[in-house]
Design a protein around this ligand. Sequence first.
Ligand code: IDC
Length: 515
Amino acid sequence: MKKSARITAALLAACMALLGAAFTFPDVRPGEWYTENIEAMASSGLLNGYEDGSFRPGGTITYAEFISVAARCVGADAPQSGSHWASGYMKRAYESGWYDYDEIYEADFDKPITRQMAVKIVDLAFDIPQNEQANNAYYKYMTSIKDFNDIPGRYGYLVVRAYNNGILTGDENGNFNPLSNLTRAEACAIIMRARGKGAAPFPQAAPTNTEPPKAAAISGGVSQNGKLSVSGVDLVNQNGEPIVLRGMSSHGIQWYGNFTSYNAIKNTADFGANLFRVAMYTGEGGYLSNPDSVKSAAYAAVDSAVSNDMYVILDWHILSDGDPMAHVSEAAEFFAEASKKYAGVPNVIFEICNEPNGNISWSGNVKPYAETIIPIIRQNSDAVILVGSPTWSQDIDKVADDPLSFLNIMYTCHFYAGTHGAWLRDRVDYARSKGAPIFISEWGTSAANGSGGVFLSDAAEWLDFLAQRNISWANWSLCDKGETSAALNPGTSPDGAWSDADLSESGKFVFSRLR
Ligand code: IDC
């Protein structure tokens, strides 16, 4: 291109930018039903046009294209890890549970995505709410979607949720057409709508307080109790007296970081909490995809809790990445930095692996992981460290039979009142009888999926059991998501003082038990 032509082209581009993005593609005409969505996706670099400048709204979209767009939307920055251009995104999507091994083979990456699969991907990528309405809606859509019987069971409820959230509709005959393909225009529309409906359109950083407030002493807080340590199976304060910590866990801070502000945490202190847990997901669009923004949200949340005179757990929240060893080097790097940053800050407790799960063992995976990470933290800090175990931190019996040999370690046990009962309490007693200190760093009033119930009498049985043993706990979760384990009703402001009407059934129960 000649220099003058280049300048003309640059000027033209600048003018078009000034005019708005309305003329990006010659084949995407203003005023079509899809124009706005396509322009929005293209201008934020989520889905590009072809080399010839066209967009081809009526063309098909492949598995690889659709999934990489969804992954980019949730901020998953995946380096290429195989021969296919989208292999990094596909791997990330698979690891995040967006699809199962038998749903998309590598040979299918460039085939047009089916509608049933597109629905599943947006449901998981954007965390579409599974509210009660959706359950009722099941019956409604089961009868109104003409070809509902053609939809395989693993997609049926997802299709219902998509219809119920207005993410897509059937064809003019009332069919969903599970195995048909999507046009690029339809794909844009579905993704844009799902992005707006999901709990998690984009990673959110916690709002930073312009002037960090000074810690006001709270009852049972750090100014009263100072540095913690572990003595026998007990957590003790600076005077060696047993101390019980109770409080809330955040939801995933990449989604609900707004409920980790100074004021949100202070609200829980006002209800009697002296503990807050910062759940920094590693997968699911968390630290591994956006280390910088997620880490700064986590530090901001820790700082908010410190400003409230509370103890605070910094949680490396593995979940879909079931084996902690899978990202041990990232964990090592993170804990080296975090333990240095908070060296000597008596508030901070480190939780090194939320819930190991999958085909792994204590001795083969989690213990070696702990033996790698703990010495890294110990270079800077002798803070209490919480260690999980296989089967979503329920294998505490295996741990007690083969414990770690470090000081100031506690083992986490997680329960959900609708799912885990007396047998797990028996394990707590067994572990303690063998000298293993137990900390309940996460529990819920719901079933294990975060919904269902709430199961308040079972929860009460658990809390009484824990109180008799001075066992500390953090409840899942402080957010307003439409799931029963959430402490706040949907739409509750993170920063306002919460009234009874703002608290969910779970929130009312849990907050009444904080003191
Ligand atoms: C759940 C959330 C839910 C989210 C899901 C996947 O409640 O909104 O969609 O994670 O990210 C755990 C985990 C915790 C789970 C919780 C409930 O530590 O991350 O949160 N749970 O399923 N272990 C047992 C239950």
